[in-house]
Design a protein around this ligand. Structure first.
Ligand SMILES: [Zn+2]
Length: 233
């Protein structure tokens, strides 16, 4: 008998949950939760009522895990003309100036979007949007560093944009701060926290209590911000 897949609905703790049920030659019921939602693997002839009772037993765990996935914020970008691009917590899109040149415009902008009069490949969109992000990042990060350095009695340090995959910012022994260009996609208070964190390393090159004390001087709510930043992976 082949594998059978169907979409089912379960009511867990007052919430309707849609899940994918795959029946195959297996002996036990398996549960998996990912960005694709809840997936259940079951033996071929398990009655739905039995599957439902397993779900009821694990209802707390399932609803918690699903909520965690929904809470994860994705920064993946799509290089198409109707895509939206986050900038400092706002949503932007590609538009056309009256002259026909392409430009970025706020999605919430009241002005009517001008239809694009030229065709763009996804490669061209990527080049355009990435260079826009980099310009925005340089302007914003420079301004935030100039704002926060004096608050910590520091001279304004040099900085560069990084392409790092796993970190928002770093600081080297020569006092150069690196900030990930992707930070510009996040709300400003998260940018400010990363700037404050790296500036604090110019005073304390570690993550000691003293270091967090320095961070707290310019960013008192840093504990909440850390939690928020984690959602962006
Ligand atoms: Zn650090």
């Amino acid at each position: 008998m082949p594998t059978q897949t169907a979409t089912q609905i379960a009511k867990l703790g007052g919430q309707e949950i849609t899940y994918t049920l795959t029946r195959s030659r297996r002996r036990s019921i398996g549960l998996q939760i990912s960005q694709h939602g809840l997936r259940i693997s079951a033996p071929l002839h398990t009655p739905l009522s039995h599957i439902d009772s397993v779900l009821q037993q694990k209802a707390g765990w399932i609803t918690k895990k699903l909520a965690q996935w929904q809470d994860k914020k994705s920064l993946a970008l799509d290089w198409s003309l109707d895509a939206t691009y986050p900038l400092l917590g706002d949503s932007w899109r590609i538009a056309s100036k009256p002259t026909g040149e392409i430009a970025m415009a706020r999605s919430s902008s009241q002005e009517l979007p001008q239809p694009l009069t030229i065709e763009l490949t996804s490669r061209q969109i990527q080049t355009f949007v990435l260079s826009w992000y980099q310009q925005q990042a340089i302007t914003c990060f420079k301004q935030r560093i100039e704002l926060y350095a004096p608050k910590l009695a520091l001279p304004t340090p040099p900085f560069r944009l990084s392409q790092a995959k796993t970190r928002w910012g770093s600081c080297n022994s020569r006092g150069v701060i690196s900030l990930n260009w992707r930070l510009i996609q996040l709300p400003l208070h998260l940018v400010d926290y990363v700037v404050a964190h790296e500036l604090a390393h110019l005073i304390e090159m570690n993550h000691s209590k003293a270091f967090w004390g320095v961070v707290g001087r310019v960013c008192p709510e840093y504990r909440d911000i850390l939690k928020e930043l984690k959602k962006y992976g």
